[in-house]
Design a protein around this ligand. Structure first.
Ligand SMILES: CC(C)(COP(=O)(O)OP(=O)(O)OC[C@H]1O[C@@H](n2cnc3c(N)ncnc32)[C@H](O)[C@@H]1OP(=O)(O)O)[C@@H](O)C(=O)NCCC(=O)NCCS
Length: 168
């Protein structure tokens, strides 16, 4: 049974290798990387899965915000990347990582969660694209892959620009 651990600086190299394996070495050009540029992952919402001393999965979350056309900003948490090493995919590990993150997010009274991902997979965790059609990103994304999970019903802009949540 893999062990769930909080991610720390000591796992950084293993996480990078895992992400290269899951997404390819050109992954840093993806829009999600531009969106979180300059931020640091949120330790309490970022986890790894260790099996036989090998990192087989990880999830990281980042502080971002959406700013409406009047300049009003609302905090969001960007979920991802979520990754499982190719030889251990479809074994329930992605689900363990997502549920650990969701449990931690619920406890902390955190802002709504967003991600760029496949609704066919992330829909089961409450993510959907219904409310994100007017959101702009710092790079290209297919509209159906821009997902929000907002069970608390936080009021968010219908139209606005997403960006990293860093001091101006
Ligand atoms: C996406 C990922 C994190 C899921 O983790 P996992 O441990 O493989 O998946 P789980 O075992 O938790 O879940 C398996 C289920 O998810 C589905 N699934 C897995 N990856 C999927 C994907 N990219 N799209 C749609 N469904 C997917 C499987 O068909 C299976 O469905 P079922 O429960 O109806 O049979 C993992 O496969 C991964 O790292 N993939 C490579 C990176 C990637 O493609 N990410 C895309 C998301 S942005």
């Amino acid at each position: 049974m893999p062990e769930l651990i909080p991610l720390s600086a000591g796992n950084a190299g293993a996480v990078e290798n895992l992400l290269d394996d899951a997404f390819g070495t050109d992954r840093q050009r993806r829009t999600a990387y531009l969106l979180r540029q300059g931020t640091v992952y949120i330790p309490g919402l970022s986890f790894g899965l260790i099996d036989s001393r090998r990192l087989i999965g990880s999830i990281q979350c980042w502080p971002v915000r959406i700013t409406d056309d009047d300049g009003e900003a609302a905090a969001l948490i960007l979920v991802g990347p979520v990754a499982v090493v190719p030889d251990r995919q479809r074994g329930g590990h992605g689900q363990i990582l997502m549920n650990a993150m969701l449990d931690a997010a619920m406890m902390g009274g955190n802002p709504p969660l967003m991600m760029i991902g496949d609704a066919q997979y992330y829909g089961r965790f409450g993510f959907g694209a219904d409310e994100t059609g007017g959101w702009r990103l710092p790079g290209p994304v297919e509209a159906h892959r821009l997902l929000l999970r907002n069970p608390g019903g936080h009021i968010l802009p219908i139209c606005g620009a997403l960006g990293p949540d860093i001091a101006d």
